[in-house]
Design a binder for this molecule. Structure first.
Ligand SMILES: *[C@@H]1O[C@H](CO)[C@@H](O)[C@H](O)[C@H]1NC(C)=O
Ligand SMILES: *[C@@H]1O[C@H](CO)[C@@H](O)[C@H](O)[C@H]1NC(C)=O
Ligand SMILES: *[C@@H]1O[C@H](CO)[C@@H](O)[C@H](O)[C@H]1NC(C)=O
Ligand SMILES: [Ca+2]
Ligand SMILES: [Ca+2]
Length: 651
């Protein structure tokens, strides 16, 4: 018998049962894991002794800290509704222990898992190998059988797509940039590291299995191939070129590390934190195609330790240049909003949406104002081979990978190329390069709701796609001579606090006038991310919509309607709604927040707090950048000229 369990389904069932007994959400499910903080630094051996003498099992360090450890208790069930108070007390009573916190279990779901059909691909692959080897041996085109189906690498109109709507990887490969020396960690359900198209690029040293605490993140067997997600993502980044197996990764000379952490009945803060903080000097890029449940009613994000891991990663990872976190925006479709997902909406992650091979969003795509750019997921419905071709479990290949899941690893691959071109890039450089080199190409909203708009700095964005589709050729070209951007500052532009009542007939309009900390050390002249921390309650949270307009007139929809979110109790508490749409604008002037119900029934709400946080630099990040070929980097040219105009007008 195999263990064919889908843990998330099990968890949800348990949650339903539990909440029938005790009212409450699954966020309150308890695990058998404990966070233990010591008064002083202790050795792992000493921590082991403390675990032992209190009847616990030692698991390991938390974020490599010498005073924080993870324990578990094997007689406590892995998932229970109530806290195990006596056990916590036992630990707290130990003279060496300062703090002991039993970990809650929460749900984190893979994005874009679609049940695997037995596909006819395998037999076709074999036939293709021969054909390709015969016909194309010296053509400079990869000989890998699935390469011609990887329309996201080179779109020639396969599967009903629009030619040239692709990642333009060939332009990067042609200058010898293939991801050498860069490692991307796949934080997922494991990686089939014995796969003939992956083992060569597998970085075993940087890999770990946080689900079973060992060095081998091999996917757990289920007979429906549920745990194929990580392997498929890995192939998109670094499947080997010219070996006649499957396809080619975006950065085919880069390495991948497997961090197995999704396949368990519950997620804990400590497992997430240890994954996102794993070997920040060996791992350059962390790719995540998962998050809080995309059910259109969840509002959730990183907890304590995970937040610390991310902050530590961007500040200290990669020799202080900052870890690159790539996030799939979400698979909740138009009825969810990724600004309600604290991972995707974070400034420290690069959040990636997806587009189809003909330039639209896929039906499951979730959008929000924190999305920075897009890559590809599915092709057109109804076409064979319209999915993403990549490696699959047990040495196999697939052409059916999909979801924003498929999109995030493509972005990770493009960033690996950029880091190969210029290893000195910081996490912020990567975001600036993404903004400047992503392309509108043929991306569009067929519904006409979300049109392309030019912000106050001359940069074109779209609510669905951020700054457009990533372009490997352009990002590599600009990265080669990139000068690291000037220091970043944070300015609280202002706060509005009180009890502002509103309802379906009367919206609220609030404004904050700011000089962006003029004359202070943290003055900001050129924007990067803008956050609105908002506390609001509503008779129906899902019917709330919110719009933030910058002094330069750029309107961001920071919250869209979520029809399934019926919450009337929790609302949002100091939730950071983030927008990237005012990138490179000047922040000085009046910011306007509009909170309005989009509802068929009468709804009422109260806003308690709006705090506006600006992030950016004092000098123009583009002043020192050279424009090698203006035509190629027209966005840099435009924004640089805008910035020059502003500083000239001030003198
Ligand atoms: C997380 O932070 C809260 C608030 O500061 C604290 O009460 C809680 O104990 C912390 N949890 C852990 C595991 O550190
Ligand atoms: C978007 O552009 C189309 C075509 O120009 C137009 O019909 C539509 O009203 C625009 N949508 C919005 C929301 O402005
Ligand atoms: C809606 O709010 C406004 C302003 O607070 C108030 O004057 C009005 O009576 C409210 N309407 C309803 C139907 O509650
Ligand atoms: Ca290959
Ligand atoms: Ca979501």
């Amino acid at each position: 018998m195999y263990l064919g369990i889908r843990w998330n389904e099990l968890l949800r069932t348990l949650c339903v049962i539990a909440s029938l007994v005790v009212l409450g959400s699954c966020g309150n499910m308890m695990t058998n894991q404990w966070y233990v903080q010591f008064h002083n630094d202790v050795t792992p051996e000493a921590a082991q002794q403390v675990a032992q003498r209190n009847g616990f099992q030692y698991v390991g360090k938390v974020l490599n800290s010498p005073s924080e450890y993870q324990f578990q208790h094997n007689t406590v069930s892995k998932l229970r509704k109530r806290r195990s108070v006596p056990y916590t007390r036992l630990l707290k009573a130990d003279p060496l222990v300062k703090l002991a916190v039993q970990q809650t279990g929460h749900i984190r779901e893979k994005r874009g898992y679609k049940p695997m059909q037995t596909s006819p691909i395998i037999s076709r692959v074999k036939r293709d190998i021969q054909k390709v080897l015969e016909e194309k041996r010296d053509s400079g085109v990869p000989n890998d059988p699935l390469y011609s189906k990887e329309w996201y690498l080179k779109n020639t109109g396969q599967a009903g797509g629009v030619p040239k709507l692709d990642l333009n990887v060939k332009a990067a490969w042609d200058v010898g940039v293939t991801g050498k020396g860069v490692t991307t960690a796949i934080m997922d359900d494991g990686v089939d590291y014995m796969h003939p198209d992956l083992y060569h690029n597998y970085n075993a040293e940087a890999s770990y299995d946080f689900s079973s605490n060992d060095a081998f993140p091999y996917p757990r067997y289920t007979d429906d191939w549920f745990n194929s997600h990580g392997t498929r993502c890995a192939g998109e980044i670094s499947a080997r070129r010219d070996n006649g197996v499957c396809g080619v990764g975006v950065a085919y000379d880069s390495k991948i590390a497997g961090l197995r952490m999704l396949d368990q009945p519950y997620m804990t803060d400590l497992i997430e934190a240890n994954s996102m903080g794993h070997m920040p000097d060996k791992i350059d890029i962390y790719s995540a195609s998962w998050g809080p449940t995309d059910d259109g009613m969840t509002v959730d994000g990183p907890r304590n330790a995970t937040m610390r891991a991310i902050v530590n990663g961007v500040n200290n990872g990669r020799g202080k240049k900052g870890s690159i976190y790539v996030w799939a925006s979400g698979d909740g479709g138009p009825d969810d909003d990724c600004n309600c997902d604290g991972y995707a909406a974070s400034m420290w992650t690069i959040s990636i949406n997806s587009a189809t091979n003909d330039g639209q969003t896929a039906g499951y795509d979730e959008s929000c104002s924190s999305t920075l750019a897009s890559t590809f997921s599915n092709g057109k419905a109804g076409y064979e081979d319209a999915g993403v071709a990549t490696t699959d479990l047990y040495g196999k290949c697939t052409t059916r990978h999909s979801g924003t899941s498929a999109a995030a690893p493509e972005a990770a691959g493009v960033f690996a190329l950029a880091l190969d071109a210029n290893p000195d890039l910081t996490w912020r450089d990567m975001q600036h390069l993404t903004v400047l080199t992503s392309k509108r190409n043929h991306l569009f909203d067929p519904n006409g709701y979300h049109n392309w708009t030019i912000n106050g700095a001359g940069l074109e964005f779209n609510h669905l796609f951020g700054y457009g589709v990533l372009d490997a050729g352009s990002i590599v070209d600009l990265a080669l001579n990139w000068k690291s951007v000037p220091e970043r500052f944070h300015c609280t532009a202002g706060s509005v606090k009180g009890k502002y009542a509103f309802n379906s007939s009367v919206a609220i309009v609030l404004t904050i006038d700011t000089d962006a900390c003029l004359g202070q050390d943290n003055e900001i002249k050129y924007l990067e991310h803008v956050q609105s921390f908002i506390s609001v309650k509503a008779s129906r949270r899902g019917d709330l919509t919110m719009y933030l307009t910058s002094p330069m007139g750029t309107k961001s929809m920071i919250l869209s309607k979520r029809p399934r979110d019926a919450d009337s109790k929790d609302g949002f508490t100091k939730w950071p709604f983030m927008t990237t749409h005012s990138w490179a604008e000047t922040p000085v002037g009046t910011w306007t927040l509009v909170v309005v119900f989009d509802s068929d029934e009468h709804q009422t709400g109260t806003l308690f707090d709006w705090t506006l946080m600006l992030h950016g630099s004092q000098e123009s990040p583009y002043a020192k950048q050279q424009i090698k070929a203006a035509a190629k980097h027209s966005k840099l040219g435009v924004v640089k000229r805008e910035h020059e105009k502003w500083s000239a007008s001030k003198e």
